[in-house]
Design a protein around this ligand. Structure first.
Ligand SMILES: Nc1ncnc2c1ncn2[C@@H]1O[C@H](COP(=O)(O)OP(=O)(O)OP(=O)(O)O)[C@@H](O)[C@H]1O
Ligand SMILES: [Mg+2]
Length: 224
């Protein structure tokens, strides 16, 4: 069976007026179903750039990205946004929750966009919140939550459409050790249930949790 996500010789170069920045210099990666891939790299090494390309939020300068055997550049922007909504669960570094919506509304939104019936979507959003230990905070606004709680809501939101893959960008970046461990356990459980996770981070301890760990250095990936 082919990999769930595959990158072939992906490069990314930013052309600024005064300089050319080669961020990714030939990335080859296969993400198998059920794996928990961790990419480690210091600030500025290109982790977000790489994750955004994996998730079709950005295109590579050259090379190919296959999700579920289809090459992403073959799709229109509109088809890509549908693929993102249905097949990919993003967890961003700063959660990007909508401040004027409650937890449960934030989680439900991508499900409603995907055409789900409100009753079913809200039931699922409630059960995700319960699973993440936040059943009692359904109706709170993001500003009424701690950092770790906001990240758990962001994870619940990423799961509402049963994505094929979760892409997490430094999701534990501003959490204390206890909340970091809680969050990592959620990803480990997702993997145990057959889910596929790619997490990028600068935090070396997190690598222990990965099934496949890579170092991103000078625009290339090295297996650790
Ligand atoms: N739109 C852009 N235009 C020009 N350069 C960019 C752009 N986006 C990112 N870069 C540069 O590309 C490099 C990689 O950035 P990226 O955000 O992928 O790093 P990162 O590993 O995620 O860093 P951090 O850990 O700080 O989040 C950096 O040198 C950055 O300045
Ligand atoms: Mg980043």
């Amino acid at each position: 069976m082919s990999s769930l996500l595959e990158l072939k010789n992906v490069t990314k170069t930013y052309y600024l007026r005064s300089e050319t920045i080669h961020v990714l210099n030939g990335i080859d990666l296969q993400v198998e179903r059920g794996s928990f891939v961790v990419v480690l790299g210091p600030s500025g090494s290109g982790k977000s750039t790489l994750l955004n390309i994996m998730g079709s939020l950005d295109g590579p300068t050259s090379g190919e990205v296959f999700l579920d055997s289809s090459e992403l550049s073959s799709y229109s922007d509109r088809a890509l946004s549908e693929i993102r909504n249905r097949k990919i669960g993003f967890v961003f570094q700063f959660h990007h929750l909508l401040s004027e919506f409650t937890c449960i509304e934030n989680i439900a939104l991508p499900g409603l966009v995907n055409g789900g019936s409100p009753r079913v979507v809200y039931e699922k959003a409630a059960s995700l919140l319960e699973r993440l230990g936040m059943a009692d905070k359904q109706h709170r606004l993001p500003e009424q939550l701690s950092g770790g709680e906001k990240q758990r809501v962001a994870i619940a939101r990423s799961l509402i459409n049963d994505p094929l893959i979760i892409l997490a960008d430094e999701p534990t970046g501003n959490l204390d050790e206890e909340n970091t461990n809680k969050l990592l356990d959620i990803f480990v459980n997702l993997k145990a249930e057959g889910g596929t996770v790619v997490l990028v981070t600068h935090a070396v301890d997190i690598a222990k949790k990965g099934t496949d760990v890579y170092n991103l250095k000078e625009g290339r990936l090295y297996a650790m």
